[in-house]
Design a protein around this ligand. Structure first.
Ligand code: ZN
Ligand code: ZN
Length: 257
């Protein structure tokens, strides 16, 4: 059964990624209102009632704001770390599953490995998903690629990777100095160059899909991200750039030979 994935939108105005295997579908993060989530999911041919669970990476509102309302309306289980749960008052959740110590877990036939990342959140986790067909890494919202991150995300069949900002655009852009330091710091977001460096170190010949994501609308452009990642994009069968409004359409991961 192929692992499939799609995005409701990617960026600081709201995130949501669908990961599916057979009849089972997970939503990772939800930074949209219920109405907007329903609309964006419908565009991808699914409804929140089709979801098996919602997984949360961290408490920033572009990832969390829609999670509890959606979980309550559709009675969905929510997986998050204790730190993320304590970081905000997110209200009552119908079915809560704590991810403790970043221990791997399974939802239906999808194996989920949470990976700790350096980000200015209480207990952020990014995820690697696996089924018998292949593996997918979701890697956004981190300020540094640590050896731990490299070990987990270096061998995926498909990767959604943050290329958040161009350092020069960030420096000259509209953010106040404190926010510039936060975004560009070790617990902020990956720049185009950091993303490119990671891909160069781990190699990307095995990647079927590379989705460049969480691209800032203020401190980056698709052209700059594309230029910085050109070497990697050349080696990958399919390289696309996710956007805030459209996200990206379903992609299938084929079984490795
Ligand atoms: Zn974010
Ligand atoms: Zn964040």
């Amino acid at each position: 059964m192929a692992l499939r994935f799609a995005s409701l939108g990617s960026g600081s105005k709201g995130n949501g990624t669908l990961v599916a295997s057979g009849d089972h579908c997970l939503l990772v993060d939800c930074g949209f209102t219920i109405k907007e989530t329903e609309r964006r999911m419908a565009r991808l041919g699914v409804s929140p009632s089709d979801l098996s669970a919602i997984l949360v990476t961290h408490e920033h509102s572009d990832h969390l704001s829609g999670v509890a309302p959606l979980a309550r309306k559709y009675k969905l289980p929510v997986y998050l770390t204790p730190g993320t749960l304590r970081a905000r008052d997110i209200g009552k959740l119908p079915r809560l599953h704590l991810i403790e110590g970043h221990q791997p877990f399974a939802v239906a036939d999808i194996q989920v490995t949470p990976v700790a990342v350096p980000h200015d959140a209480r207990e952020a986790a990014q995820f690697v998903f696996r089924n018998r067909g292949g593996s997918l890494g979701l890697l956004t919202d981190l300020g540094t690629v640590t050896p731990h991150v490299e070990a987990h995300f270096g061998d995926c069949d498909a990767l959604v990777l943050e290329a958040n900002h161009d350092p020069q655009m960030l420096a000259q852009g509209p953010y106040p100095p404190s926010l510039k330091r936060r975004v560009g710091g070790a617990y902020g977001h990956l720049s185009n160059q950091q993303a490119a460096g990671f891909l160069q170190r781990v190699g990307c010949d095995q990647l079927q899909h590379l989705v460049v994501a969480h691209i800032s609308e203020k401190n980056n452009s698709v052209e700059l991200a594309r230029a910085a990642l050109a070497d990697a994009a050349d080696k990958v069968a399919n390289c696309i750039f996710a956007c805030q409004q459209q996200g990206f359409d379903w992609l299938d991961i084929d079984k490795r030979d």
